[in-house]
Ligand binder design. Structure first.
Ligand code: DX5
Ligand code: ZN
Length: 209
């Protein structure tokens, strides 16, 4: 399983990037919140550009925003591995196509209480499904246990399509054992609350062999 490290709970962006750069995390998970789709805000455009420019990791960007197009336009010169937005928005098909025009891999994120069947019509157009195991909007929350069954149900929906499943929220050395059938674990506070990021990543990897 790959690790995508979220720096949302970090106070200093510069310090967080330096620490993440010195680990073997597979991705840096960049949580963008606009204060509208979710109540909190995270980074402004300049901070987002700074993070992307100074990270030596592939960027797994998670847009918890009402207007992904605004970010697409601002970041079209910047390299993202995944551009993920929420399936709860309108015009999902249009947004998927615009993201593809920027040559990004497309991710759809789904909130804990959203019916997974809303994903069906997009399965032939996306590269990743980001299954929220907490209500989006902040780090440090507790893993929602019903996510375990949802992952299996989504895997059934996907069938043999080449779509990665990522799980996001409340992942730690215990809950990671519950999501063995996912491809990517997004982890924030379990790692960033510690003084040794790599040590926590090693524990996560050892708990998921
Ligand atoms: C929550 C974010 C998550 C969060 C994960 O809205 O999408 O990526 O930062 O942080 P932890 O691992 O602390 O739940
Ligand atoms: Zn996230």
């Amino acid at each position: 399983m790959k690790i995508s490290l979220s720096i949302l709970s970090c106070n200093s962006i510069e310090e967080a990037i330096n620490k993440v750069n010195n680990t073997n995390t597979d991705y840096l998970h960049l949580d963008v919140m606009d204060g509208m789709f979710v109540p909190n805000t995270s980074y402004n455009i300049e901070e987002i550009k700074y993070i992307i420019s100074n990270s030596n990791k592939k960027i797994d960007a998670h847009f918890m925003v009402n207007d992904p197009i605004k970010y697409l336009n601002e970041l079209n010169e910047y390299n993202l591995e995944y551009f993920t937005f929420h399936v709860e928005l309108d015009n999902v098909k249009y947004l998927i196509n615009k993201i593809k025009e920027n040559n990004y891999k497309v991710g759809l994120s789904i909130k804990p209480n959203t019916d997974i069947n809303v994903l069906k019509e997009y399965l032939d157009d996306i590269d990743l499904i980001l299954v929220m195991s907490v209500e989006p909007g902040m780090g440090g929350q507790t893993f929602i246990n019903s996510t375990v069954d949802r992952i299996s149900e989504i895997k059934n929906l996907i069938g043999n399509r080449n779509i990665k499943i990522a799980v996001d929220g409340g992942i730690n050395n215990n809950t990671i054992k519950l999501i063995n059938n996912a491809d990517i674990a997004v982890v924030g506070s379990y790692i960033t609350n510690s003084t040794n990021y790599q040590e926590k990543i090693d524990i996560l990897r050892s708990n998921n062999e």
